[in-house]
Structure formats: structure tokens, C-alpha cells
Design a protein around this ligand. Structure first.
Ligand code: FE
Ligand code: CA
Length: 497
């Protein structure tokens, strides 16, 4: 790297010195990313770094057919503004379907690294899809060996389903500590994203392929529901959410039209992958009702309770997605593709920890009527190849989906793959081992490993490889295959391969 001293000794003229100072500050320290691949375009992202940036900076971007940028497919200029953390969201259009592209940015005399991205296949094209499912990457709990591995897996797409950052302060003994304390304002959220995005393995994973992202609770505050906080601290959750949603948009490959306004942001979306699959991406935080029967002296928040002790649990009026999103989903299934992949935050299959019915209220088990509505509507429409993808619980789960989980002989209408965390700690495996026999629709439950799931989707079969990081405290740790399942699109339910 060229330093100021090197430039001076090389005889640079005095007018060049201020530029040399500026050149010492890396402008693309958070890497690059892309997202939301369509048949004709995608979103390209970066954010300029440095405290000495002007309020408004022009950023050039270019997208090429080749890594050497010999054949440019599109280029443009975006304005990066201090009010939006100098983030850049470029949206090239008119591209060819089903192709790989390379992109980079330029500003303030510096160039970003090169990212690789792609368009979705044309609507009528036969296609295959290799997708990684990931969630929960708590910085102070472990390193990102899972990302290091995934960046080399020739993925078409990453689906990240929440807890990209965590809002907590770190304990002094943490493996690597969060900078700053509990997140309470825009500057805090920005700094936390910048810290997470400083990780080279995460940067490589973003640069390797486009991502689809949804959030869970920790991008704002633990267990929040709509604008209700789960803490008794008297936090103004609406104000916190406004700051957190802005920082989320600033740091992810999201479209300009999605920029949040007054703490509201449309995130749920769908994406067609040729004739193969429709991917539905949900938001189960922004519109949800508060958790049923919250802890003592609180108006919301989760706990684990016996269903018999909480009449509100089964209230059909309660919703996890909100009425609008529920209807949007029920009307948007693809009936002419073999697969409908439903990427959302948390475990959908029932997971009772007692024969009498004991449930954790922040996940779908806390909204059983809404779950039955969603799955019932899908069963009624005979939605082909329903595969639910989730995260949140820091454990690998593989399950059959049923409209009524209490009916042991009930029809299986879909499959579920819920990925364990990239790095966040999991519950004790013994608790899951004890609960597993109470949930015969559940094929596997492993909270003792960190990792992700890689899905290979083809018209005739979907294959899921559950990954496990050998040592989450080692950034260079090997990653192994823990188990493999397949799904036949004509016969719902995962089968061990
Ligand atoms: Fe988490
Ligand atoms: Ca969560």
C-alpha cells in the first residue's frame, strides 16, 4: 500500500499532499454486495467509509460480462449522501437473464474490490438453483468459518433470514467484543453494521453471489413485536425501530424504493427462478401482534409456557405476518413451478417440550392459528413443492409440515429446513433430544453445531446439505456435512439421503 511518506520521498509535488492524506483512508472498507436478482437486473451495494467524506459524493459503478471488465454491460453514477451513511444502491437494468456479471465501484480516487453477481433465469427457462440458507451471526460468539466455506461453494444465491447484527454489548471475556454498548440510536446501529461488515469472510460471501435478506428481532431489539418492546426499560421502540430500519437499509443490497420512511419499510418480496422455483421472502417482525401471555409486568416479550395456561395463544385474531402480508402470500403461490421456497425468520413446525403442549411464544408456536391459516391455505391450493426455510432458533431442524401437528396421521403438505446459526450460541442439545420424540414430524434437531444449509434445487429433486463448523472459535475452521436430506416435489416431506 502506498503511504504518505512513500509519496513524499518519491518527490510528490506539495499540492498532492492533501490528496495523499485522503488516499490513506480506505473508502471501501466494508466491501461490496449485491441482492434481489431479477431476470433483467439486481441491486449493487457499497458504503463509503472515512470520517472526512464530503456530504455528497458521486460514486461510479460498472458492471461487466467478465472479471477483467473488458466487456461493460452497464455503468452509472450514484450519489452517496452523509444523511444515508454514504451508502450506494445502484440498480442496473436491461441485463441478460441467467448470466453472471462482475461489478465494482469508484470514488475519491479509489476503487472497490470486485463483486460477482448474476441475474435470475428468464421466466420460461429451465434452471437449477444452489442456495445457501443462513442466519444469526453474533459477532462476539464466534468467527465466520461458515461464511469462509460458503463463499467457495459456487452458490447462485444466499438467503439470509435474520439476526445479521445483535444489539447487545459484549462481555469482557467475549471471543471478540462488540464495539460500543447496547444499541440505542442511529450512530450505534451504523457502527455495529460496520463492525460486522469488517469481517473478511462475510465480505467474501457478499462478493460471491447475490443475497436475499430479511431481518429478525436483533436488527432492532430482542423479541420486539411491531412497535412493542419486550423490555421493561421504557424504551421508545418506535424511535429505536426508525433508526434501526434506516441503518438496515443503508447496509444491505436493497432497492432505493425500499428506503424506509418514518420507521416503515416494505421488505417482503418474491423472486422467480425460471420455471424452477418461486422464492417468497417474508417479514415476521414488522406487522406481528405481541406475543401471547407475555412475562409478568410486561406488555410483550416471549416465554415458554403450557398452552393450557394461555387462552390467548390460540386466538384466531392473532397474526405473525399481518393481514396484508398473509393475503399477499396466499394469493402469490406459483402453481406452475415445481417448487415454492418460503424464506422466513423462524421455525415453523411445532416443537413442544412437554407431552401436555409447552411452547416458546416468539416463534410460530406462539401464533398457531396464523400458522394453520398459512399452511391450510397452501394445502387447499395444492401449492407444489412447498419448502419452508427458517432460522432464529440457533439449531438445525428438518421437519414435515402439516396443517395439524397434533394429528400423527395427518397429511404432510410441505417440508421445512431451518438452519442453525452462523455463530450465535445454541441451547443445550439435551433439551432438544428430550423434546424430539414428542414431535414425530421432526426428523432432526441439532443445537450443538454452528453452520448453514446448502440447498441444490432441481426440477426432479431438492437436496439439502446441513453444514457444521468444526470449531466456531477458529476463523479458519473446517466445515463438515452433518446430514443430507432430499425432497421429491411430488411427495412432500424430507427424506434422509
Ligand atoms: Fe439469533
Ligand atoms: Ca431471533
Amino acid at each position: 500500500m502506498t503511504t504518505r511518506r512513500a509519496l513524499l520521498t518519491a518527490g510528490a509535488s506539495p499540492w498532492f499532499i492533501p490528496r495523499a492524506w485522503a488516499a490513506d483512508t480506505p473508502r471501501f472498507a466494508l466491501g461490496v454486495a449485491s441482492g434481489q436478482p431479477r431476470a433483467d437486473g439486481m441491486v449493487l451495494w457499497t458504503r463509503l467509509t472515512g470520517t472526512d467524506l464530503p456530504t455528497r459524493v458521486d460514486v461510479q459503478w460498472e458492471l461487466a460480462h467478465d472479471e477483467g471488465f473488458a466487456r461493460i454491460a452497464a455503468r452509472g453514477v450514484e450519489l452517496a449522501e452523509a444523511a444515508w451513511a454514504h451508502s450506494v444502491h445502484a440498480e442496473p437494468g436491461g441485463l441478460e437473464p441467467g448470466r453472471w456479471y462482475w461489478y465494482r465501484f469508484q470514488a475519491q480516487g479509489q476503487r472497490s474490490r470486485i463483486g460477482r453477481t448474476r441475474t435470475a433465469p428468464a421466466a420460461d427457462a429451465t434452471a437449477s438453483l444452489r442456495l445457501a440458507l443462513a442466519s444469526c451471526q453474533r459477532w462476539d460468539h464466534g468467527h465466520y468459518a461458515a461464511w469462509r466455506h460458503l463463499a467457495r461453494q459456487d452458490l447462485d444465491l444466499v438467503a439470509f433470514v435474520g439476526d445479521y447484527i445483535y444489539e447487545y454489548p459484549s462481555s469482557p471475556t467475549a471471543l471478540r467484543r462488540h464495539s460500543g454498548g447496547l444499541l440505542l440510536d442511529l450512530d450505534g446501529y451504523r457502527e455495529r453494521y460496520a463492525q460486522y461488515k469488517s469481517d473478511p469472510a462475510l465480505q467474501d460471501a457478499h462478493a460471491a453471489c447475490p443475497w436475499l435478506l430479511t431481518w429478525d428481532d436483533h436488527e432492532v431489539a430482542n423479541d420486539y413485536a411491531g412497535t412493542a418492546s419486550s423490555t421493561p426499560l421504557g424504551l421508545d421502540l418506535a424511535r429505536l425501530r426508525t433508526a434501526a430500519y434506516q441503518a438496515w437499509w443503508e447496509h444491505q443490497p436493497l432497492a432505493k424504493a425500499q428506503r424506509p420512511q418514518a420507521g416503515v419499510m416494505r421488505l417482503y418480496d418474491r423472486l422467480d427462478w425460471g420455471r424452477l422455483a418461486r422464492v417468497h421472502l417474508l417479514d415476521d417482525r414488522q406487522y406481528r401482534d405481541v406475543q401471547a401471555c407475555p412475562p409478568l409486568l410486561r406488555s410483550s416479550g416471549s416465554r415458554t409456557l403450557f398452552a393450557r395456561d394461555c387462552a390467548a395463544l390460540n386466538d384466531p385474531a392473532r397474526t405473525l405476518l399481518g393481514r396484508e402480508q398473509e393475503q399477499w402470500l396466499a394469493q402469490g403461490w406459483s402453481l406452475d413451478r415445481p417448487w415454492n421456497l418460503l424464506a422466513q425468520q423462524t421455525l415453523m413446525a411445532r416443537f413442544s417440550s412437554d407431552p401436555a403442549g409447552r411452547y416458546w411464544t416468539d416463534g410460530w408456536d406462539g401464533y398457531p392459528a396464523a400458522r394453520a391459516r398459512l399452511l391450510g391455505a397452501a394445502a387447499e391450493r395444492r401449492v407444489p413443492g412447498l419448502v419452508v426455510l427458517g432460522g432464529d432458533v440457533h439449531a438445525h431442524h428438518v421437519a414435515d409440515l402439516k396443517v395439524d401437528f397434533d394429528d400423527a396421521r395427518g397429511t404432510v403438505i410441505g417440508s421445512e429446513f431451518c438452519s442453525t446459526s452462523i455463530s450465535s450460541h445454541g441451547r443445550k442439545q439435551a433439551a432438544l433430544d428430550q423434546a424430539l420424540p414428542l414431535n414425530p414430524h421432526m426428523h432432526l434437531a441439532r443445537s450443538d453445531v454452528r453452520g448453514a444449509i446448502v440447498l441444490d434445487v432441481q426440477a426432479q429433486q431438492l437436496q439439502a446439505r446441513l453444514l457444521a463448523v468444526d470449531d466456531p472459535t477458529d476463523a479458519g475452521s473446517p466445515v463438515r456435512e452433518l446430514a443430507r436430506f432430499v425432497v421429491d416435489p411430488k411427495q412432500p416431506g424430507p427424506q434422509r439421503a
